[in-house]
Design a protein around this ligand. Structure first.
Ligand code: UD1
Ligand code: CA
Length: 461
């Protein structure tokens, strides 16, 4: 059996007031379109066609070939959108076609799979995924006859008072037998108050032709929720945010106060780790056990070991080993690798560098493009001068070295094991192991200079 999915994503999303296609709006850091695409692929539907329209180039670029894109030049309704995919359906000889709305991000693979088996076992030509929800306003209503048989979908704009009371709604997701879809679409007209070709009219047409159709009620009622404006977007975000936080808490993560805590759905966090307010854990993060993360910490594509403390840390594409204690106010940039028991804090930035175990970088220091050994102490205000205006170069600091306060290490340069640099030095040449480098002018004292020169104005106090 060869099945395909068509994701409707052409809409401008006027109510979003955005310069991007509506389906690019994010729920927990992921565009809605990606969530819908993953649900289809997770259900085993690997041939996917996305109908683009408004700002199609943004969507096409974002999809990076993960789906066939078909452009709908004019937005004349959901039925018209699916019509654009008829060549895709016919040329590939699919058996069943799944239609998904790109703006309903909670559709899940289980619901899609269950609806397909419902569709196939009953031999329906069309199976709409429906749900009962508290507030059906804005959705198409599922109409059933006195026997409970599904007979039509009536859109909000065409619904009378009684129909508006129905709270079983069309999710927008539906399975079709491929040949029936093409035949039914040919009969859809735009004879309604909006002058649009409604995909939902296919139900009434099929029923009139006595073709078997059904509505599969999703067990996961959230699967049908859509976002048409940014208030609904926030509501969907909040729903998923709370769900993810609950999963982590039930798995042993403490979140004593969830204010400003946003965790990506795929984050892995070990037991006994505490997440404090204002912490945002974005995609691609793994955190070990017994850590304290936050307050005010942002992690992206970062691996954190166990027993780590991160207080007001921003890290992207970094690695932090066990027992590291970072913060307050540390910025780890891509490819910063922090060893075990390292301490960094008070306005320290580390980029593309390896920091060996037990090293301390405690205050006002920049370490970039450097290989730092174990047990090194960085005084306050050290700068690795890694960029000469043209090229980036590396610094190497050996084990147990001591870098005096306000040292500039002019890359490329190497400080040996156990070597010292005097405070205020500008190190331009390698420092051998066990040596002290002093690279600053010798202090000169001019005695009684002030009395002779009287450089100050008269005292005012
Ligand atoms: C649609 C359904 C409604 C259902 C609801 C579920 C129709 C007529 N109505 O209403 O029954 O309850 O979804 O969320 O199908 N799109 C295009 N091209 C177009 C028009 C729309 O690609 O010409 C896309 C949109 O980008 C969107 C999807 O189709 O992703 C649904 O369109 P939208 O206008 O949001 O439909 P609803 O009014 O929500
Ligand atoms: Ca919608």
């Amino acid at each position: 059996m060869k099945n395909a999915a068509i994701i409707l994503a052409g809409g401008e999303g006027t109510r979003m007031h955005s310069s991007k296609p509506k389906v690019m709006a994010e729920i927990l850091f992921r565009p809605m379109i990606d969530r819908v695409l993953d649900a289809a692929k997770g259900a085993g539907v690997t041939d996917v066609c996305v109908i683009t329209g408004y700002k199609a180039e943004i969507l096409e670029q974002h999809l990076e070939g993960r789906a066939v894109c078909v452009h709908q030049a004019e937005r004349l309704g959901t039925g018209h959108a699916v019509m654009q995919a008829i060549p895709f359906i016919e040329n590939n000889h699919f058996d069943n076609v799944l239609i998904l709305n790109g703006d309903a991000p909670f559709i899940d693979s289980d619901t899609i799979r269950e609806a397909l088996s419902y569709h196939l076992t009953r031999g329906f030509v069309q199976t709409v995924i429906s749900a009962r929800i508290e507030n059906p306003f804005g959705y198409g209503r599922i109409i059933r006859d006195t026997n409970g048989d599904f007979t039509a979908i009536v859109e909000e704009a065409s619904a009378d008072k009684e129909t508006k009371k129905i709270n079983e709604i069309n999710s927008g997701a539906m399975w079709f037998a491929a040949d029936a879809l093409v035949e039914l679409l040919a009969k859809v007209t735009n004879d309604n108050s909006k002058g649009e070709y409604y995909l939902t009219d296919t139900v009434g047409i099929a029923v009139r032709e006595k073709r078997p159709v059904g509505a599969y009620t999703a067990k996961n009622a959230d699967a049908v929720l859509g976002a048409n404006n940014r208030v609904q977007l926030m509501e969907l975000n909040e729903k998923l945010r709370q769900k993810v936080l609950r999963q982590h808490m039930l798995a042993g993560v403490s979140i004593p106060c969830a204010d400003g805590v946003i965790i990506d759905a795929d984050a892995v966090i070990g037991a006994d780790t505490v997440i404090l307010p204002g912490t945002i854990i974005k995609a691609g993060c793994e955190i070990g056990e017994n850590c304290v993360i936050g307050p005010n910490t942002v992690l992206y594509k970062t691996k954190v070991g166990s027993n780590v403390t991160l207080n007001s840390v921003q890290a992207e594409e970094a690695e932090i080993s066990d027992h590291a204690n970072l913060g307050p106010f540390v910025h780890l940039r891509p490819n910063a690798k922090i060893g075990e028991h390292v301490h960094c804090g008070n306005f320290v930035e580390i980029k593309n560098s390896v920091i060996g175990a037990h090293t301390a970088v405690s205050h006002l220091t920049y370490v970039g493009d450097s290989d730092v050994g174990k047990g090194v102490n960085f005084g306050c205000g050290v700068v690795t001068v890694n960029f000469n205006g043209k090229t980036k170069n590396r610094c190497t600091v050996g084990d147990d070295a001591f870098i005096g306060c306000n040292t500039n290490l002019i890359a490329p340069v190497k400080v040996g094991d156990r070597a010292y640099t005097a405070a205020g030095s500008t190190i331009t040449h390698d420092v051998p192991d066990d040596s002290l480098a002093i690279a600053r002018s010798r202090q000169e004292v001019k005695e009684n200079w002030v009395i002779k020169k009287k450089p100050y104005r008269e005292k005012k106090y």
